[in-house]
Design a binder for this molecule. Structure first.
Ligand code: S3P
Length: 435
């Protein structure tokens, strides 16, 4: 079992090119780039593809379905699209490791293929509920099921007739659900519409449009008509704001720090972390805003300041859904109380992130109250170095590492950290380079 040892640090500075640091490619966008490139007509060159295990697992699954992908495992991919109807039955079970996005989006993509397949993952993925996609995909005519009432993986997809478009009102705001249904909608008769209670990340819609599909977005509803051809297009994947969140919070809480992170994706459905840190009195500037392909990017500078508590819920929380563990660390360092609510979805992420963070924060001396849909954190008291655990969750591991930078009384030892490479290869090196 890998473990990480982090010592408290003096002021952090960006030390790579031009004083700025870069984070790996956006995980959500990497998944979509390789999926849509695979079913497009023509060759797409993708640069900045995330070399983390999650997105590589998506690429491997598509390669197993007959898609030629040059550079697999690296950040520069050449994807030889096979067209909407060109995928072939995979030879064996598709193992998607830890990746919820891979299994849910691929299930949508594969439901209408006319061939069967089995999709599975690691011990953590096999505990994540799939009913949220099994239900709408079944309504479209797909034959898909998992284990038990919650349809845990492995997911079995059986060949079926042509899917039918549906009008689906999702009970949860989930980009994975929305994307799975839209991808199945590409293979369905007629129009498929997904409506969600709040707007989740919209990378799928943006990339579909970028590759020539007609997608209609009206407030909280997205519609697509089946049978549309996608046209291959080159793409540079922006830096992942969910990875940038770790050096951002590190700079915000380590006295005297100033860190610039360049080329970060700032899609408004993802920038909750910037707004939340600003509410907490952080000093952040977003500069050099530009569009690169379907997504906006910018350079983000964060300087140390004395943080205060805040209240986070609703859409603001949704726009920072993956940042909960690192927000907990910012809240622990902030003077005052932070209340996080509307976050029940976190109980079914890579770990139960509410219970995982409540437990680990308590171990490092932070006063927290766990609630059914969030947490109350009384911050501003010293964080103590301790032996802590990732719960098998990459973002919990990295958040505790950032806490180690300001911990008192020794070194922070984080157990079970190999999962960091699912989303942020080079995390430890980047953190060290800032010291
Ligand atoms: C993702 C959507 C989010 C997010 C996950 C990646 C995506 O999940 O938490 O890390 O790429 O679509 P939900 O949409 O299920 O909330």
């Amino acid at each position: 079992m890998e473990r990480l040892i982090i010592n408290s640090s003096g002021p952090l500075r960006g030390r790579s090119t031009g004083g700025a640091v870069r984070v790996p490619g956006d995980k959500s966008i990497s998944h979509r780039a390789v999926m849509l490139g695979a079913i497009a007509e023509g060759t797409s060159r993708v640069s900045g593809f995330l070399t983390g295990e999650d997105s590589v697992n998506t690429a491997k699954a598509l390669a197993a379905m007959g898609v030629g992908i040059e550079g697999l495992g690296g950040p520069e991919l050449v994807i030889h699209g096979v067209g909407l109807r060109g995928l072939k039955a995979p030879g064996g079970v598709l193992d998607l490791g830890n990746s919820g996005t891979s299994i849910r989006l691929l299930s949508g993509l594969m439901s209408g293929q006319g061939f069967g397949a089995t999709l599975t993952g690691d011990q953590y993925l096999r505990k994540r509920p799939m009913t949220r996609i099994v239900k709408p995909l079944s309504q479209m005519g797909a034959i898909i099921s998992g284990e038990g009432e919650k349809n845990y993986p492995p997911l079995e997809i059986k060949p079926c007739g042509r899917l039918s478009g549906i009008n689906y009102s999702s009970p949860i705001a989930s980009a994975q659900v929305k994307s799975a249904v839209l991808l199945a909608g590409l293979y369905a008769n007629g129009t498929t519409t997904v409506t969600e209670p709040m707007k989740s990340r919209d990378h799928t819609e943006r990339m579909l449009k970028y590759m020539g599909a007609e997608v209609n977005v009206e407030r909280l509803s997205v519609s697509i008509t089946g049978g549309q051809r996608l046209v291959a297009r080159d793409l540079t994947v922006p830096g992942d704001i969910s990875s940038a969140a770790f050096p951002m919070v590190a700079a915000a809480i380590v006295p005297g720090s100033k860190v610039v992170i360049s080329d970060v994706g700032i899609n408004p459905t993802r920038t909750g972390i910037i707004d939340i840190l600003r509410l907490m009195n952080a000093r952040i500037s977003v500069e050099n805003v530009r569009n690169d392909g379907p997504e906006p990017i910018a350079d983000i500078t964060v300087e140390y300041s004395k943080l205060g508590g805040t209240e986070i819920g609703g859409e603001l929380f949704l726009r920072a859904i993956d940042e909960f563990p690192i927000i907990c660390i910012a809240a622990a360092a902030a003077k005052g109380t932070t209340v996080i609510k509307d976050a029940a979805e976190l109980r079914v992420k890579e770990s139960d992130r509410i219970s995982a963070m409540a437990g680990e924060l308590t171990r490092i001396g932070v006063k927290v109250i766990e609630t059914p849909d969030g947490m109350i954190i009384h911050g501003g008291t010293p964080i103590h170095a301790a032996e802590v655990d990732s719960h098998g969750d990459h973002r919990v591991a990295m958040s505790l590492a950032v806490a180690g930078l300001i911990a008192q009384g020794g070194e922070m030892v984080i157990n079970d950290t190999e999962n960091i490479k699912t989303s942020f290869p080079g995390f430890v090196e980047l953190l060290e380079s800032l010291k």
